[in-house]
Unconditional design. Structure first.
Length: 361
């Protein structure tokens, strides 16, 4: 590591937060959980995310050379948030300037520690630094847009023999303040890191933020979920993904049910035993079709890709049941309750038709 720093480096003006070897409970930042900030694909994305709901805007831009930061890259931010909260809980001072070893980070997020993983970590840090975010979230009394990158700068410390001894990075002020403010942080299940699909990881964060531990869960219109995801897929393909995931039930601590109300398709997210305990579910190769004919309650005999439909089958009853309305813990919600169809009870729902309608803890 060089013995001197350029005066332009933020690290010259910040005290280092030296990460210990402790394994803290995992925390995620609420704003990142409910709005589209990351690419959901491992393939290089350069098309920007442009999201707006009422007075909230999120714009994410990538450079062609590196592509947009992915939801797997966001593991670095989850780890950083967890370290900050744990340190402050223990009365320690924290800083945006992190000093740590790659071994600490990779171990905490459930990855191997070989040469390939170190190389992938450096690629993730590069994407986090090169991705530019502009948002009006948390703008306070006066409207304003803040622009930043997920990491302001980073550096690795290498011996003459080529061995990596440590790393440093500086977090943006916007993210750091959102973590220090405990009301903007939620615990997450360590099983999150075992989710392999980008859409599944994103959906878990949505579930944890909105359904939380509410006994009655939360419901979203499929088009609203699509807008919140920032996905590059077509709406119809996105809906297929939701149906396939609802059959597989891969989310730790949550169960998913599809329902149709007055012709509108909803995904209902329910806490499993009112906790976020890990849940292991077998994968069912039969997936719900996107064909939806006159009778929408059909299930496809298509292969596990889910992109074609052949023989129609009735949807299992468990996917159609809806529980009673729960209005607890909805202080942040601009709730609109959709009138249910006959013989169906209601649950909190979010719709994109009149802006963003979010809630839950």
């Amino acid at each position: 590591m060089p013995s001197h720093r350029k005066s332009s480096s933020e690290r010259a003006h910040l005290d280092a937060f030296i990460v210990t070897g402790d394994d803290p409970g995992l925390r995620d930042q609420r704003d990142l959980m409910e709005r589209p900030f990351f690419s959901l694909s491992k393939s290089r994305r350069t098309k920007p995310i442009l999201y707006k709901a009422r007075d909230v805007e999120v714009q994410v831009y990538a450079v062609p050379e590196h592509g947009m930061a992915t939801i797997w890259d966001a593991d670095v931010l989850i780890w950083a948030a967890s370290q900050i909260v744990e340190a402050e809980n223990n009365g320690c001072r924290t800083s945006r300037f992190f000093r740590f070893t790659p071994y600490q980070l990779l171990t905490a997020i459930g990855r191997a520690r070989g040469a390939t993983e170190y190389r992938l970590l450096k690629s993730a840090l590069t994407r986090l630094q090169s991705t530019v975010v502009a948002t009006t979230i948390r703008h306070g009394e006066h409207w304003r847009r803040q622009q930043f990158s997920w990491i302001n700068e980073w550096e690795e410390m290498i011996t003459r023999s080529g061995r990596i001894e440590g790393m440093e990075f500086v977090l943006p002020e916007w993210f750091y303040r959102g973590v220090v403010d405990r009301s903007l942080v939620l615990t997450i299940d360590p099983a999150y890191f075992r989710l392999t699909g980008g859409i599944e990881r994103w959906l878990y964060r949505i579930a944890r933020k909105h359904a939380g531990h509410q006994p009655q869960g939360w419901s979203f219109e499929i088009p609203h979920l699509y807008a919140k995801s920032g996905s590059l897929a077509r709406v119809s393909d996105f809906a297929l993904d939701m149906r396939r995931i609802a059959v597989r039930q891969p989310l730790p601590g949550y169960t998913l049910r599809l329902e149709r109300v007055n012709g509108t398709e909803f995904l209902h997210i329910l806490p499993l035993a009112f906790s976020t305990a890990p849940v292991e579910k077998p994968v069912d190769a039969h997936v719900i079709s996107g064909a939806w004919p006159v009778n929408p309650h059909v299930i496809s005999g298509a292969p596990d890709t889910g992109y074609q439909a052949h023989e129609f089958r009735k949807i299992p009853d468990y996917m159609l049941r809806v529980r009673a309305l729960n209005l607890s813990n909805l202080k942040e919600s601009n709730l609109v309750v959709v009138r249910p169809v006959e013989n169906s009870t209601n649950v909190p729902r979010s719709s994109a038709k009149n802006g963003e309608r979010d809630g839950g803890k």
